[in-house]
Each structure stands twice: as structure tokens, then as C-alpha cells.
Design a protein around this ligand. Structure first.
Ligand SMILES: [Zn+2]
Length: 498
């Protein structure tokens, strides 16, 4: 692992970009792993039905029947076969405010057009339309246990990708990637039809190489990403931020650096200066190199004759073909997503079999990262970015079988001091506004709520999360969520508002 003090704040790995390319290709729907990233992206599977296993709702006076509290229950998802990977992945998206705000732009567009155009927009973006319906149900405040099905989401994905979701296609990370990728391709289509802001999960990383011999750079390549891939080692424990930082740099040995080779040639020629008779062709190549060297990238494309000359240069013991140096592959986030999804790849390949890393990955409610500011493709400075934890998907079991569950942040409810009216300060999906609960008792988003008028809800302060295992919902403390270090599989963070 390299520790570069001058440049220590990138947070996107190459694997993420690779996986992204793979997932942006719908033909790969039935494949399980990226060939080049096989070990890192191998999936965690579910083979057993997951109903209620190892997950018992505490029996209390209010646990089964109704609760007066609006933060006691939330809607669970049916598990028809081995759907816990799907249910957990979808539940995790519910509290992501930037997603809600983003989808509401689509809702507004639907409201502002006539019926025929509604049909056209829903045809363009069927996953948007169905996700809006589902998230609306999952965001609605309820007073007693309730369950819905996510089968429309599966059907939409199957129709869009013209593939059946196979019964062994059940890794939560893979499902989430495919879901995001499909949403993103719909987003591209929507952009030319409605006014819509940026896609909440899309970030841009910039990847480049630096030669450790000459300290020169390669040209920079910008790649979009939707999810951050982090490989979890077989160690006893690691901090999430360390894993993220370390996943960004990679040392490559035996690189044939163009700058170093040209530099060698020009130094050697300076030494040999008066000795040989140059052909006109060689003279012009050398002049070309002298002119270019100051602006040369370590992987520049040179004209074929120059390139051949550089690669086959051999004079006076100076042989460029023998020259190799070590380089660092750097990955930097230059545009961070509003919502950062981090996948902890826990699969370890020992040469024969794949096992699951039980490394304890310590994570906090706050995630402090840094954005690289690049000017003219050169590193300029870093700027801090702060993310806040919204959801966690955990996986228990082995590499080949297990169960997925989700922790999801409750909405930001407060109580009006005078009337005891509950106010939901989290944005909610706008469509289908008939709440199951008596809507008159809930005001939806109130902006600029004064603290004097509202008070905290004690149960929500004590239990800020729901722990959801398919249809079973119980309340969870922050410490419950953060103690899942052995089982945490996907983390959902949202950028803190300034
Ligand atoms: Zn070099």
C-alpha cells in the first residue's frame, strides 16, 4: 500500500469504473462477475428462504398491533422466494433525500403534461415510474405493520433488460448496480424530454498514472461511476475511511515510461553529441523529442517513426527496451455524487475457492472524504466533503448462502409544541398523495421550521433507525447499526447539506 503524503485524498478505485462499464452493458445481465475484477466483485448469495430466520421481533405491547407513534413501524416487503437481497436493496434507498428530490422532478413533469404525454414519459422511464410508486408506499407513515411487494420493480427490470431474473441472481450489490444502471439510462432519455437535475448517484473520477522515476504524469481519463467498490482484506479489522483511501492507489511495476525513455535518449545523445554522423531522419526525430519533452506525458502517442525510434534506441549501452519503472495508478474523485453508495467486496479468492472476509469494517455516521480539484488536468487542491449515513445492508452467512437485512434511517419527524402535530421534515415522494394514515394529522415538508415551535420525538432520538428483514420491522439504536462491522456489506451515505 502506498502512502503518498502529497496526494492522499482520492476515493474511487479502478474497479468501480470497471464494474460500471460492465454494468452499463445490459447484455451482461446474466453474468455474475467482471472477468478482470472477478475476485473483487464475486457475489454473496442467498440460497435459503429468509422469513424470520434469526430475526425475531421483540414482543411488546405495541409490537404487533397498532402504535400511537408514527416512527414505530414502516412498511415491510414480501419475500416470495429468496428476495431478501432485493428487499434490502430497495429499503436502503427509501431515506435518500437526494433520490426523493430527484424523482419528484419526474413526478412534477408527469403532473405538468397531458395524459398522452404521461404515457410517453412512463414508457421512456418505466423504472422511475415504478420506483416512485414503491418509494411512496415505503415512505408513508403508518401506525401498524404493513407489507407490500416489490415485484413490479423486478418485472420492470426484466422487461427493460429483456431477461428473466434467474433464481441465483441474488446478490444485493449486483442488483443495486443493475438498478442504478437502468435508472441512469432512463435518466439520459429523460434529459432530452423534461427538465431534470443531476442523477444523485453519479460521480466522476479522474484516473491517471504517475511515474515514480521521473514524477511525470499520464494524460487524465475521466470516468463516471455510480457506486464505490472497496475491497475488504482478510485482516481482523479496518476503518472504512482507510479502506476507501487505500483503494484509490495502485502500484504497477515494470512500466515502460515514455518520458523516462526520451530523457535517457536525449541525455545519451548530449554525451555522444559530436561523435556520430546523423542521418537527416534521425536528426529530425531528435529535434522533435527535444521540442516535445517538456510537455510530454508518460503515455503520450508519438508519430509512428518517432515511437519506433524511442522503443528501439540502443547506443553506447543505453537501451530503452530494457528500461522499466514503477508507477502509481491514481484515482481521484473530481465530482462527488449527492449520494455515495459504498460496496464492501468481502470475497477473497485463495487460488482455489472463494471465501467471505469476516474483517470488521468500522464505520461512523459521518464519513469525511475529499474531493480533488483539478485544473487543466493537474491536481490543484483538495476540498473536504462530508457524508452522512442513511442506510446499511448487511449480509450474514457464508459466501454461498446467507441472509440480507437492512437498516434504514427514520424520517426527520418532529412534534409541534402547541398541537402535538407530527411534522415530517424529510422530503417525500409527491405522487399518490392519499396517505394510509390520516393525512390531516401530518403536514409534509415544512421548510424553515423554527426550533421553538417544534420538539424532538424521544423514541426517534433513541431509535433513529429501522431494522428491516423482509416483512419484519423493528426499531434500532445508532449503536446497533454501527456494531454491524462484521456483516456490513453496502453502505448508503448522503452528502451533508452545507
Ligand atoms: Zn518516468
Amino acid at each position: 500500500m502506498i502512502n503518498s503524503n502529497w496526494f492522499n485524498s482520492m476515493f474511487i478505485g479502478e474497479v468501480a469504473a470497471r464494474s460500471l462499464n460492465f454494468l452499463w452493458n445490459p447484455r451482461m445481465w446474466s453474468r455474475r462477475a467482471v472477468s478482470s475484477g472477478l475476485l473483487l466483485t464475486a457475489s454473496l448469495y442467498v440460497l435459503l428462504p429468509s422469513v424470520s430466520r434469526a430475526f425475531n421481533v421483540k414482543k411488546g405491547p405495541l409490537s404487533i398491533e397498532e402504535s400511537k407513534r408514527l416512527d414505530r413501524f414502516t412498511t415491510g416487503l414480501l419475500n416470495a422466494r429468496n428476495d431478501c437481497f432485493l428487499n434490502s436493496s430497495l429499503q436502503a434507498l427509501v431515506p435518500i433525500e437526494s433520490l426523493t428530490t430527484y424523482l419528484n422532478q419526474f413526478v412534477e413533469a408527469l403532473h405538468s403534461v397531458d395524459e398522452g404525454q404521461v404515457f410517453e414519459l412512463e414508457r421512456l422511464a418505466p423504472l422511475h415510474a415504478n420506483l416512485i410508486k414503491l418509494l411512496h408506499e415505503l415512505q408513508s407513515l403508518i401506525v401498524k405493520p404493513q407489507t407490500v411487494s416489490a415485484k413490479n420493480i423486478v418485472k420492470t427490470l426484466e422487461d427493460t433488460l429483456r431477461r428473466k431474473m434467474s433464481s441465483d441472481q441474488n446478490d444485493a450489490h449486483e442488483f443495486t448496480q443493475i438498478l442504478l444502471e437502468t435508472l441512469h439510462s432512463e435518466y439520459i432519455k429523460l434529459q432530452s424530454n423534461i427538465e431534470i437535475g443531476s442523477f444523485p448517484f453519479e460521480g466522476v473520477s479522474s484516473n491517471y498514472l504517475m511515474c515514480l522515476q521521473c514524477n511525470k504524469y499520464s494524460q487524465t481519463i475521466h470516468s463516471p461511476f455510480l457506486m464505490l467498490e472497496v475491497a475488504v482484506p482478510g485482516n481482523y479489522s479496518e476503518k472504512l475511511t482507510d479502506l476507501i483511501l487505500h483503494s484509490q492507489d495502485e502500484i504497477i511495476e515494470g512500466y515502460s515510461c515514455l518520458y523516462c525513455k526520451v530523457n535517457m535518449i536525449l541525455k545519451n545523445e548530449k554525451y555522444l553529441n559530436q561523435l556520430p554522423e546523423y542521418s537527416q531522419e534521425e536528426q529530425s526525430i531528435l529535434n522533435f523529442l527535444r521540442n516535445q519533452i517538456l510537455t510530454l506525458y508518460i503515455n503520450d502517442d508519438l508519430p509512428a517513426d518517432v515511437s519506433f525510434y524511442v522503443d528501439h534506441y540502443s547506443k553506447n549501452g543505453c537501451v530503452t527496451a530494457n528500461f522499466k519503472s514503477n508507477i502509481i495508478k491514481k484515482n481521484a474523485v473530481i465530482k462527488e455524487p449527492a449520494s455515495l453508495i459504498v460496496h464492501l467486496s468481502r470475497s477473497i479468492f485463495n487460488g482455489a475457492t472463494i471465501t467471505r472476509s469476516a474483517c470488521r469494517v468500522e464505520y461512523e455516521q459521518s464519513l469525511n472524504l475529499q474531493r480533488q480539484v483539478m485544473i487543466n488536468d493537474a491536481f490543484e487542491r483538495t476540498e473536504p466533503i462530508k457524508y452522512e449515513l442513511k442506510s446499511v445492508v448487511k449480509h450474514t452467512g457464508s459466501h454461498v448462502q446467507g441472509h440480507y437485512q437492512c437498516y434504514r434511517k427514520k424520517p426527520d419527524l418532529m412534534k409541534e409544541r402547541n398541537t402535538d402535530t407530527i411534522v415530517n421534515r424529510s422530503p417525500m415522494i409527491k405522487k399518490y398523495s392519499q396517505d394510509k394514515f390520516d393525512a390531516s394529522k401530518i403536514e409534509s415538508i415544512i421548510t424553515g421550521t423554527s426550533k421553538r415551535l417544534y420538539k424532538r420525538i424521544k423514541s426517534l432520538a433513541a431509535y433513529p433507525y429501522w431494522h428491516i428483514s423482509d416483512t419484519n420491522v423493528k426499531e434500532a439504536r445508532t449503536t446497533d447499526v454501527l456494531s454491524e462491522d462484521k456483516y456490513v456489506y453496502i453502505l448508503y451515505y448522503e452528502k451533508e447539506k452545507p
